[in-house]
Ligand binder design. Structure first.
Ligand SMILES: [Zn+2]
Length: 257
């Protein structure tokens, strides 16, 4: 019964005890198959086999060949050469530092991070109707500035005034001095902090408040003639972080054609 060749002769001599052995051997062969397939059960399976053999058959040594066979085949992890040979291509990408966020300080509301945008729209319909461009000019009225800080659009009284880009409202007042009813919006235009200011709006026409997030084209108010104004028009001023006004009409034409 201890012969290593028992398995080979089992089928040829089907005695009762042999059949029982054969039944008992099936799990062992199954485990062997799993182990041969690269299974990880070798260590945990062997004690179970020993217990089974002892409890069911006093001649537990019949499993000895199985044990020997398994232990003779140490488990190995076969790894293809190509896997380890492939180098990590660390030089095929470039780390680009994220630009600092553009933030707007809103009075009483703290700092608001501005969503970057490149989408620009005209502040009024019929934007080609202007009365006064940016720059030096003859004083239109007593106390009016000799240098025009903005562009005057003439779309008609009561015409909706819209923000030229996404942004946050940083000023919304009906007491803007010479600017009259005045709304200011700050934008992150392609990574640059730009402010647009809309003046001389009608009293009671403002549809936004300080701190409001606005989308390009969203209405802010209506064209009026409040403040230092000689007639209904939209006075649009634009400036960067230095506060120096630049030609909003040229800037808009550059982006809108
Ligand atoms: Zn003006």
């Amino acid at each position: 019964m201890t012969s290593p060749s028992l398995h080979g002769r089992r089928a040829a001599r089907p005695t009762r005890s042999r059949r029982r052995l054969a039944r008992g051997a099936r799990p062992a062969l199954g485990v062997l198959a799993m182990a041969a397939a690269g299974g990880m059960m070798l260590a945990t399976s062997l004690p179970a086999l020993a217990v089974t053999a002892t409890s069911e058959e006093p001649t537990a040594s019949v499993y000895a060949p199985v044990v020997d066979e398994i232990s003779a085949k140490p488990q190995r992890l076969e790894v293809d050469e190509s896997v380890t040979a492939a180098p990590v291509a660390v030089d095929e990408y470039t780390a680009i530092a994220a630009p600092p966020p553009i933030a707007s300080s809103v009075a009483g509301l703290g700092v608001v991070e501005l969503v970057r945008t490149g989408a620009i729209v005209w502040p009024v319909i019929n934007p080609s109707r202007i009365s006064d461009g940016f720059g030096p000019r003859a004083n239109p009225c007593a106390g009016c500035s000799a240098t025009h800080d903005g562009v005057d659009f003439l779309p008609g009284v009561g015409t909706p005034v819209m923000t030229i880009a996404d942004g946050v409202v940083v000023k919304a007042t009906e007491n803007g001095g010479g600017l009259g009813v005045n709304v200011e919006v700050q934008h992150n235009i392609d990574g640059e902090l730009i402010t647009s200011s809309y003046a001389h709006l009608q009293y009671g026409s403002m549809t936004v408040s300080v701190g409001d997030q606005v989308a390009a084209g969203q209405q802010l108010g209506r064209v009026g003639t409040t403040g230092q104004s000689t007639g209904p028009h939209l006075h649009l001023e634009m400036f960067g972080t230095d506060g120096v006004r630049f030609d909003g009409m040229a800037w808009l034409h550059e982006r809108l054609g």
